[in-house]
Ligand binder design. Sequence first.
Ligand SMILES: [Zn+2]
Length: 329
Amino acid sequence: MALNGTSHLLIRANPRYSAAYMPEYPDIVVYLEALEKRIMGRTLERVSIASPFLLRTAVPPISAVAARRVSDLRRLGKRICIGLEEDLWLVLHLMIAGRLHWKDRPAPARSSRAKLSQRDLAAFQFDNGTLSLTEAGTKRRASLHVVAGEAGLGNLDPGGLEIFAPSKEGLDCTDLKTFAAALQSENHTLKRALTDPRLFSGIGNAYSDEIFFAAQLSPIKLTQKLTDQEIERLYLATRATLTSWVERLRTESGDRFPEKVTAFRAGMAVHGRYRQPCPRCGAKIQRIRYATNETNYCPACQTGGKLLADRALSRILREDWPRTAEELG
Ligand SMILES: [Zn+2]
């Protein structure tokens, strides 16, 4: 099904289309937990950068982070922030194809650079192992910023609402009223609103599909047309979906460093399950394809049996749909 000429061409030109996936909240949380076990309190000895496109800042210089200890780890939207002594931060955005890898083995002591393998964009050598960054494909979108202090981090924060915030008891969930206010601050399709990093933090294409399914809502429904009950359903579904996927991914990676960061997970209800039976009602899962995104939904559970494929949908996709990797950032 070609929705218009552009999307048709893009899809045909890119056979790896379905593999495009930007790591989202559950993936980033699990990456951070794996990093905490390995590099918290450790010394970053050196950094090697292979691609001139990766490093997006000049001040502070990348050399300033060497020989400093890791004192903090944080998520900022879909970015991973490694805090070092003197309040310096390495901020990584994996975008679509960037992935992290960890090797326990320390590099030879006499080497003056962190060892880069051919596929590495960057290698961060710690006193107990090496964290490397790779990016599949030819597009260089992954980014590294070196920033100083809260002000530097603040400049990179898209500002979306955190669904969960750290508290004394662990994690506190944002309340329904705050969630509703963010959701309805602009009138957009649900798909666009929930994946807009200025409105919500860390939610992208895959987990938004799962959330809409859990809430039994259409991804094209407009946020300002939602009833109070629908907003509450969406709120509860967002909390439950993110919480349960963090737990699943945590269990799956166990003590290993998370290497299988992908959009398609066994156990997902709709995302990546086009034409497969809905786990709730058995109807065939449908899809909306646009540019580099695929949205999946169950027509029986979410859209009153309607297939979202008419002319009105083309207009919505043009005007009110997340379309580029940068917009999903
Ligand atoms: Zn269904």
